[in-house]
Each structure stands twice: as structure tokens, then as C-alpha cells.
Design a protein around this ligand. Structure first.
Ligand code: SF4
Length: 471
């Protein structure tokens, strides 16, 4: 139950099956991506170059009422997006997809990730008298594409030129009047894949979308690759180069759904492996092991299998709240009490090992230990399926500053004391890559090690999205 904020999720579809309703398919896809963002969602649909869209705040049913789906009508290409706040004010202009008019008609675009040279690019565009409606990364990219398109021979060429100016982590989906385009950052930090539903092509942040839509996963988009889908089929281009790759390891720990496969590795299997490694690294005698829903469950199963200690349910999550409640900054303690409860019947009088995916601020872990003790647990041993989270992430949607990260200042023993557990153990940093050992990419582990894969000196979140007010 990470305190790290979620990622955004992107989706795109190019229809080749006459009977398909792509607005309905996009709507369903957003449900499959809901875990990646609950602050808002949007759909844009393209019929013969005319684009209609609807965006709203909240989780899918609230953000996009079903009545709006009819208004969006039918089309050939569609985009969908779920959003978590990237630190910017989440007013309507910052929701995606962004739909704009430019020299070649209309363009719609959405992304997941964070542009680390945001200030530099925005200033350059400001000097060219650009007028922005939002204060997010997506509009910067749209502007770069529009500007490049003036001289570029094609939209592909304009997108290539634009992304070559970007630094950072991104998975972008966009549509021109006749094409669906998806681009992944040169290090492959953010995930992106594509598949098919019948004869229609789809791109998505995660493979679980293809299962939800009854389609098939084809492959991950490679780092630095742009795929273009048009009436002639799918085309692939290498548009950016990097000497190294750096897939976000936190995709396996927390961001992605367990039924997704990210760059060749099952997320569920990666979490189970983390549990197996934890059992080797931090053994303890106990009556049963349980997981903090949702992301700690698979690791608890792995711990149980490796240690021989039985697995049982210790905590129950209220499934009818969702993380939106947290997103709206309601009272934290109140929110946690509504979200989780301990299963007294299983816990009372027992020595419990409880596994969670990560600890950021420590408040959630403290609450979990208190819940288990209040339910009568004799001992509570907390195990964390990732290393100590010591450094802010500048490459996702999260905005947690270093001073708020409990592991940036406290030792294992001090954190254990703070959360009130009998013992505490984190997965070792050295062993973390083993959870996804079949992955052909190298990893970003900067939140644990401080070794950022690229320069993040221009990414002060505090002022990235603040408006400069001058008279
Ligand atoms: S710093 Fe952590 S959360 Fe951010 S991209 Fe790297 S591994 Fe992922």
C-alpha cells in the first residue's frame, strides 16, 4: 500500500474492424488502467480528422459519465488517459488528452512520465510568444510537434524532431487526423506496449488492457522507438538513441497491475520473487504471513512459499473507495481507517509477518501495525518488498520531497521503532534487480540508490509548475 503516488496511463486505438465501437473500447481500457491514476480521465475520438473529446475529474464513472460516450459518437482513432497529478494544479486544462488545432488540422496527445528539461523548453517556447493553457509537460510536447510540423514533411517527422528535444521519462500516445502514434523514451523508463483486438491496433501503458478488451499483446515498444499506425498498417522507427536503458523498477514493485507483463516479466512473478528473497534475507518465526492489499499480497505468497510459514489473510481492504479518496487530500488517518481493517479472527493471539510493497513517509506502516495489534496480534514483523526509499523520484508523477521520506533520515531500527513493529526488514538494494531478472533492459533504481539515470538538476518540483507572475 505504497504512499507513492500513481502513474498516469495512456491508451490509443486504430480501428480496422467496422463493427467495433472505439469509444466503448477506450472507456473499458481506462477501467483497466484506473490503478495508474484516479485524479481525472479523458477520451478523444477522431472521425475523418474531426476530434471530439471529454475530460473530467475523479475516477472513470465520475470523470466520464456514460451519457458522454454517445455524444462522442463513432470514429476511426481514439485516445484515452487516466491522470495522477504531476505536481501541477489539476484544473481542467491539465487533464488529457489535450486536443489542439494547428497548421495541419487537429492533434490529440497524452502522456505518462515527466520531462526533466521542462523549464528550458518552456522558456524557449515562451520566448517565441507561445501561449499556454496548461502548466504541464504534455502541452510543451504538443507545441514542439506543432512547431516542427511547419517544415516537416510528415507528422512522423515532426514527432521525431520534437521528441529529440525532450529529456526525461515518457510514454506518449497521440493522434493526427489519420494516424495513431506512440513513442517511448530513449531509456525505456516508462512502460509502453501494443497489441491487437481483432484487426484493430491498440497501444497502452500496460498489457493488462489487452486482456480486459479480449485482445492480444504483441510486444513492448522498445526504448527510443516510435510506432505509427495508419491505413497501411503498423510502422516502426527508431527516433531517439541512448547508450543505456533504465526501466523503472517501481513498475514491478507498485505501479503496474499484477496481471501485466512489463518488458517480458510478469509483475505478479516479480512480486512473488521479492517475497522469496525477503524470506531468505529476513527470516523470522511466526504463525502466518499476510500481505497489505493490494501490492503486498503476491510478495506475501512468495515469502510463504520460500519460508514454509502458512499464508493467511490478515488485512481487509475496502474495495469501494479507491485511491481517489487519498488523492483528494482528505484527512489521512480517517482515510486509512476506512480503507483497511485487520481480520481479528485470523490475527488474535498470533505472531504475524506482514508484507508491504514500500515505505515512504511511514504513516501507513505505523497505522497497519496499530491495526494488527488492536486486533490482538502477539507479534508484528513487517517486511518490505523493496529497499529503503531514500530519494525523490523526478521521473514519475510523484512529488514527495526528500525531507518527507522517512528512510532519508532514519535507520532501519529507528523506522521500526517509529512504526511500532517487533522487527522490520527491507529487500536489499543489490537483490532488487533479481525480481525481474529476465528483463533485457537495465533498471532505474534511483529512489533507492540516488543514482539517477539522467540529469535531474532542472527538475525542482516545487517550482516546476508554479506560475511566474509578472505585471
Ligand atoms: S526513481 Fe524510482 S520510481 Fe522513479 S523512475 Fe526510478 S525506479 Fe521508478
Amino acid at each position: 500500500m505504497s504512499e507513492l503516488h500513481d502513474e498516469c496511463g495512456v491508451f490509443g486505438i486504430f480501428k480496422n474492424d467496422e463493427s467495433m465501437n472505439i469509444v466503448d473500447e477506450t472507456y473499458l481500457a481506462l477501467y483497466a488502467l484506473q490503478h495508474r491514476g484516479q485524479i481525472g480521465a479523458g477520451i478523444a475520438v477522431n472521425k475523418d480528422g474531426n476530434m471530439k473529446y471529454f475530460k473530467g475529474h475523479g475516477m472513470i464513472p465520475e470523470a466520464i459519465p456514460e451519457s458522454e460516450l454517445n455524444r462522442l459518437g463513432k470514429g476511426k482513432i481514439a485516445l484515452g488517459h487516466v491522470k495522477y497529478s504531476s505536481g501541477e494544479a489539476v484544473d481542467h486544462e491539465n487533464l488529457a488528452p489535450l486536443v489542439m488545432r494547428y497548421i495541419k488540422g487537429q492533434l490529440a496527445i497524452c502522456m505518462n512520465g515527466s520531462i526533466t528539461n521542462f523549464h528550458e523548453l518552456r522558456e524557449e517556447l515562451n520566448q517565441g510568444a507561445a501561449i499556454f493553457q496548461s502548466n504541464g509537460d504534455t502541452e510543451i510536447i504538443a507545441y514542439l510537434i506543432a512547431r516542427a510540423r511547419i517544415n516537416a514533411v510528415s507528422i512522423e517527422e515532426a514527432v521525431r524532431e520534437a521528441v529529440c528535444k525532450l529529456k526525461g521519462a515518457y510514454a506518449i500516445a497521440l493522434m493526427s487526423p489519420s494516424k495513431l502514434i506512440a513513442v517511448r523514451d530513449p531509456m525505456g523508463i516508462r512502460p509502453l506496449c501494443y497489441g491487437k483486438i481483432g484487426e484493430s491496433y491498440v497501444v497502452a501503458s500496460e498489457s493488462c488492457v489487452f486482456d480486459s478488451l479480449g485482445g492480444e499483446f504483441i510486444r513492448d515498444v522498445a526504448p527510443g522507438e516510435m510506432i505509427v499506425i495508419d491505413e497501411q498498417g503498423l510502422h516502426s522507427y527508431k527516433v531517439t538513441e541512448s547508450e543505456k536503458t533504465a526501466l523503472c523498477l517501481f513498475e514491478y514493485v507498485y505501479f503496474s497491475r499484477p496481471d501485466s507483463v512489463v518488458d517480458g516479466v510478469s509483475v505478479a512473478r516479480a512480486r512473488q520473487r521479492a517475497g522469496e528473497l525477503l524470506a531468505q534475507q529476513h527470516p523470522v518465526e511466526a504463525d502466518f504471513v499476510c500481505g497489505v492489499p493490494d501490492c503486498g499480497i503476491e510478495s506475501a505468497i512468495g515469502y510463504s512459499m520460500a519460508s514454509g510459514i502458512k499464508y493467511a489473510t490478515g488485512l481487509i481492504k475496502n474495495k469501494y473507495i479507491g485511491r481517489a479518496f487519498n488523492d483528494r487530500k482528505k484527512n489521512n488517518e480517517y482515510m486509512m481507517r476506512i480503507k483497511l481493517n485487520a481480520l481479528k479472527h485470523n490475527v488474535e493471539g498470533k505472531r504475524v509477518i506482514v508484507i508491504d510493497d514500500s515505505i515512504l513517509k511511514g504513516a501507513t506502516s505505523k497505522h497497519i501495525v496499530e491495526l494488527l495489534r488492536a486486533a490482538g496480534a502477539k507479534e508484528v514483523h513487517m517486511r518490505i518488498a523493496s529497499p529503503m526509499f531514500r530519494n525523490p523520484c523526478y521521473l514519475t508523477s510523484d512529488t514527495t520531497p526528500k525531507e518527507d521520506l522517512i528512510a532519508s533520515e532514519k535507520t532501519n531500527e529507528e523506522i521500526c521503532k517509529y512504526i511500532g513493529a517487533d522487527s522490520l526488514g527491507f529487500l536489499s538494494t543489490e537483490s532488487l534487480p533479481q525480481i525481474a531478472k529476465e528483463c533485457k533492459l537495465n533498471f532505474c533504481d534511483a529512489c533507492f540508490t540516488g543514482n539517477y539515470p539522467l540529469d535531474v538538476s532542472d527538475t525542482s518540483r516545487a517550482d516546476k509548475y508554479s506560475q511566474k507572475i509578472e505585471s
